[in-house]
Design a protein around this ligand. Structure first.
Ligand SMILES: [Zn+2]
Length: 389
């Protein structure tokens, strides 16, 4: 079990992460399966898309369906009938963003459930136990994700607490054993906000503790892209070459390419799934908003070069009709395409790194991405009928 660095091209890396549910070829994009499902797609579709590993959210799965049922069903793999690797977050991010927070102490974090108001406490030890129950191939330590912008004094104190929590997670991980016969890995999370000194302090302290991999957390929370890129580079410069690096919650195709260039191996983000459910699709030539009237009579697929089921089968005109009519098939087909494009992007980056031409390949991708109609601009028909997600 563990990570093999196969090739580097500049700072970009191609590697292989071995888990109890098979190998993961990096760089890799991990679809987000918050509640034991990647929204709007079936597990068999995820396999066809080429999803090598998916994410599960500890906070959500702990509250519902709960660890007792998950243990009875053979963990998250058994429960959701997913044969490939799973990574779970520690739940910290959702506690801070979703729950009614009752307080952070040295011991852990107290919160009330966003579902029913019940009271709970996450400690470093507890989130290791919960992820043992989930049976994820990659587990994450409990951390505090500092909001942006933050005062340096707050970020500094939070960073030190997160480091003490990481040490306790590491010890709890050593004291406990997997429940389902397959090994589990534990990743540390580098925090420190947008302060390079705090990022360095965090990375060095975590590396000294020794984890199976290192995540970079607390980015993509509103800071400008150049700041995200600078912080990513500060972290990857200090992380050991022989361990995987995971940039949490990032991002757009452009963000992902910039991070791969700075030595990141693993990514997750809700953009392809969430945007897909809102009629925004990612193509090699940029984003398209299927609500735009210009797609109404278009017989072309979303992306003529894409081999996904949606692009092999359906026109832009049909997909636009499904969204306008509020049909659930729209959500499924757009999500299939968007996840295929994200998985293709990271797989193609890997090929370019192995071939030693990543920089030139990346420039070509960026040139093409600038060609879309940019979903962030105003819809040309301002039509929100049939909005479902
Ligand atoms: Zn497609």
């Amino acid at each position: 079990m563990g990570f093999t660095l196969l090739h580097t091209d500049g700072s970009a890396r191609a590697g292989l992460l071995q888990t109890g549910h098979g190998e993961v070829r990096t760089p890799v994009f991990m679809p987000v399966g918050t509640q034991g499902t990647v929204k709007a797609v079936e597990q068999r579709e995820l396999e066809e898309i080429g999803a090598q590993i998916i994410l599960g959210n500890t906070y959500h799965l702990y509250l519902r369906p709960g660890t007792a049922l998950l243990e009875k069903m053979g963990g998250l793999h058994g429960f959701m009938a997913w044969r490939r690797p799973v990574l779970t977050d520690s739940g910290g991010y959702q506690v801070f963003s979703l729950a009614d927070l009752r307080g952070i102490t040295e011991e852990g974090v107290d919160f009330t459930s966003h579902l029913d108001g019940s009271r709970h406490r996450f400690t470093p030890e507890r989130v290791v136990d919960i992820q043992r129950s989930l049976g994820s191939d990659v587990m994450m330590v409990l951390d505090e994700c500092v909001a942006y912008p933050a005062e340096e004094s707050y970020a500094r104190a939070s960073n030190e607490l997160t480091l003490r929590w990481a040490g306790r997670c590491r010890e709890a991980f050593e004291r406990t054993r997997p429940l389902y016969g397959h090994p589990q890995l534990l990743f540390g999370i580098v925090q420190g906000g947008t302060f390079p000194d705090l990022r360095r302090r965090s990375a060095e302290a975590l590396v000294a503790m020794g984890f199976d991999g290192y995540a970079i957390g607390g980015l993509s929370v509103g800071e400008p892209a150049p700041v995200m890129e600078e912080m990513t580079a500060v972290c990857t410069a200090l992380l050991p070459a022989g361990k995987p690096r995971y940039l949490m919650g990032v991002g757009t195709p452009e963000n992902i390419l910039a991070a791969i260039e700075r030595g990141v191996d693993m990514f997750d983000c809700v953009l392809p799934t969430r945007n897909g459910r809102n009629a925004v699709v990612f193509t090699r030539r940029g984003r398209l908003n299927l609500r735009n009237a210009r797609h109404a009579n278009d017989p072309a697929p979303l992306d003529a070069e894409c081999g996904c089921y949606t692009c092999r089968t359906f026109s832009r005109a049909y997909l636009r009709h499904l969204f306008k009519a509020g049909e659930i098939l729209a959500l499924q087909l757009a999500t299939i395409h968007n996840l295929t494009e994200y998985c293709r992007l990271t797989a193609a980056a890997r090929e370019a790194i192995l071939a030693g031409c990543f920089a030139a390949w990346k420039e070509e991708q960026l040139r093409r991405l600038r060609g879309g109609d940019d979903a962030d601009s105003t819809n040309d028909d301002n039509d929100t009928s049939g909005r479902i997600a």
